[in-house]
Design a protein around this ligand. Sequence first.
Ligand code: NAD
Ligand code: WQD
Length: 342
Amino acid sequence: MNYILVTGGAGYIGSHTCVELIEAGFNPIIVDNFSNSEKFVIDRIEEITGKKPILLEGDCGNNPWLTDATKKYKIDGCIHFAAFKAVGESTKEPLKYFENNIGSTLSILKWMKTSGCKNLVFSSSCTVYGQPDILPVTEQSPKKPAESPYGRTKQMCEDIIEDYYKSDKNIKALALRYFNPIGAHPSALIGELPLGVPNNLVPFITQTAAGIREKLTVFGNDYDTPDGTCIRDYIHVVDLALAHVSAIQFLINKDESLVDFINVGTGVGNSVLEVINTFEQVNGVQLNYEIGERRSGDIEKVYADASYINKILCWATRKSLEQALEDAWRWQKAINKRAYKI
Ligand code: NAD
Ligand code: WQD
């Protein structure tokens, strides 16, 4: 039956991944406690794919519960998304982040041992590289000291998975280091649901364009970049979801055990002003924005060398920045229409 356990499967990246898993013939089993997502997402996955994913509502950090709840399935792989991800909040409440992000990963590794599931895809982040000395960033680039407790949880979870692998050569694990996921499903049925004031650029842009925020502040235009604003590697969330399908297929088909770390980005860097201009052009809207102070802790520029993932997972991005920003705006308009609370 090819069941795949998807922790955090109701969240932003998890929900898009469940759609693509179903389209590829897998049966996702979502484990989510809805601490940062909404239940209607499960129905939306069904609306897009025609198939309702199995839902196990609960905390994946609660290992006895998880083991019991999954007993009746033979699960071929686990994609572990569940984590808290707000960088700012993590500096104020570090223990909450260590407890949830590390605790849930330990619980999943223990669950793998008892359930016999051998294949793990873990959600890591380009944040492990900090400001890289050389661009684009390859997987060999050194990890830099984490800028936040959130970033540290990603580094620690990578180390935990690697140490665990050394002790149990039966497992196969890939940590995917995402760059900046943006956009939404083209159906506008699922997308990002930021709680409160968004920290990330694209949700702030769409909320400003929708009149929810008065104006966007560009955090600094005096960086050492062509237009002075910071550069990131923005990847369409559907492309990122497809990378997870490729990763789980790769692990299932592989006979030898392994642990590996893989960048998931487009390989192209875009500045904040390029994102704003592209958003305005493709959507025909004008954005109210101003140049402000630098945001403390911001990385000047970072973008992926995507050649390893292109080769090992035979995966490449299919969608452009333009499509991502069109889909992000379509999603924002859909949220407004349904008067979804933000
Ligand atoms: P999200 O908050 O939208 O999704 C996370 C989901 O996990 C939510 O549905 C939440 O309710 C659930 N969850 C959290 N803790 C849980 C627990 N203990 N048990 C069960 N469910 C739990 O976040 P996202 O943007 O989809 O991110 C998914 C993963 O990717 C996270 O690990 C995040 O750190 C990582 N990541 C995200 C980004 C990004 O920019 N969005 C970038 C790099 C890495
Ligand atoms: C992008 C660019 C801002 C908002 C964060 C996390 C990181 C990772 C990805 C999970 C930057 C600029 C933003 C605004 C702006 N997540 N900006 N005005 O900083 O790359 O990283 O998401 O692992 O850990 O820290 O993403 O979307 O916050 O910012 O000018 O109102 O947009 O300065 O240059 P970032 P972001």
